[in-house]
Design a protein. Structure first.
Length: 86
């Protein structure tokens, strides 16, 4: 595996994993919002999508690891917002 590809995977995995942990902590420990298990795992679905989309090229200008990481965090924010409203 190329070191650059490993770094890209690490960036997306860290943001998805960190967002998932933050959702679990907000729900379980802090009790700020009540998020069930499946929505808590939603950022990991973004990471899975990133992994399965890496099968070849060509990639578009928006298909960057930074953007995938931002989408994972955005999904986490949407889950928290939706849980706070409901």
């Amino acid at each position: 595996m190329e070191i650059e590809r490993a770094r890209s995977d690490l960036v997306v995995a860290a943001s998805a994993g960190g967002t998932t942990i933050a959702l679990a902590l907000l729900s379980g420990v802090a009790g700020v919002v009540e998020v069930s298990t499946l929505p808590t795992l939603a950022p990991l679905v973004v990471y899975a999508g990133y992994l399965f989309s890496r099968k070849g090229g060509p990639y578009g200008s928006l298909d960057r690891p930074r953007n995938w990481a931002a989408v994972a965090v955005l999904v986490g924010v949407v889950v928290v917002a939706a849980s706070a409203v409901v």
